[in-house]
Design a protein. Sequence first.
Length: 492
Amino acid sequence: MKHISQWLGKADFENADFEYKSVLNPDKPEKWAKTIVAFGNCHGGCIAVGVDDDGFAFGLDHKAIDEAKLLVNRQIERMVEPKALVSFEPLEVDKGKYALLIRVPESKNKPVFLHSGDYSYIIYVRKDGESVPAGKDELVSIIKNSSKEPFDTRETSIKYDPSGFSDFNSVFTEKKSNPDHRMVLLKELVSAGAAMEDGFLTNAGFLFSDSCSSKDTLVHCRFWDGYAKGEDKIADDKEFEGDLVKTYRDSLAFIRRNSKTGLVKIPSGQMPAFSYTERSLQEALVNAMAHRDYDVKGTQIDVDLFLDRLEITSPGSLPLSKPAQDYVLADIPSVRRNPNICDMFVLLALMERSGSGFDKIIDDYSSLTPERQPKAFSNEDWFTLTLPDMQFTKELSKSSFPAITPAVAEKLAFTPISGGVRDYDSGILVFCYYAPKSRAEIQLHIGAKSRSHFFIDVLSPLIEAGYLKPTQNNPNSSKQKYFTNSELVSFK
């Protein structure tokens, strides 16, 4: 066997720039992926595969070399953040035998993390020929010397696939400015910064693609049956991930499912009134997804729905000289942390290119009193937008929802159903109209003694008719509650 230095012309031992690997173990990728991370955080380097610990090249056959390249690309996509753009160089060391050089450039987007497990992100550096976790001083040096480009502009190794934007296109094809219902074109993605000219997606494009499996898009939604976290048990709890269009839709549906719907009088009769307008929810959710700091790993957007308000918290400080609470909401400047992600939301008509800030939200709340106006708060770690519940009043507080009297129940309009016991239908539908109620709460409310009789003869017919809708997909969930379907039941 010949020493690898005969081809490299470099030192014949492992040092800060080189590491030798006989093979790449697919079952323990962190053993060698950490070296890719460490090279990226330092001055770059090279991994030589098919070389023993002493630097002698025994080589691998052509099939093994191809498998090694596929393995490296696959694990970089899964484990390395931001993605490392490595290059491969096979060297023929004997007839039909090759050493594979994996060249890793110094990253322009330090620090580079090794993602191992759901929320484990480790920064590695090279020290004495080994890849080791960075110490405090090394972390400071890495961050200080980084010439970081924005997260959403970074190129990935994923190629554009016209069939890979189904969620995105389901919105794009239906927007008013697209009367022909055509799908998005590659040139439009390139213009928005979601793809490169050669067809490779940037992070912005990846987060909107069907193949997005990144924890970066995680949204944690909770409905608190009270006014503060921990005050009462969580009534509904969901986590959503996937592409940004999917998480936006899922989060919007969660809020709608757990917020109140009422009726207001207008000259021609009555019309539905919601806790939060569609426009305000769209503005608030899109703002969180478009402007969050995606470089803060192991974090998520938190959507917390209380009886009197909605709080949406996104990772990352406000990129301005003052915290959000030092501004009047209308005066917070529109600064785009992720301009390409913003442009993708513009393509979907979910955001305006001009960057109107929170103007639409402020307009929606203009008729409410000063103490019931939206508020923003930020610190060095997160940004929180609070929207008051527009239907909440002291009369509709947790302890004093409208009394369910016979007179109130008689004002309810719905098509009667048959089967079971129907004496309680109006009372139950009014009781569940303003907030979801558990089976036990409904049974206690009407005074039913037999649990099985109540569920089979009283509650189930209302559920089957669609008059009551569950908050959980699992019918046996301990968090299951039911709310009145305002599309089928209304006040006269």
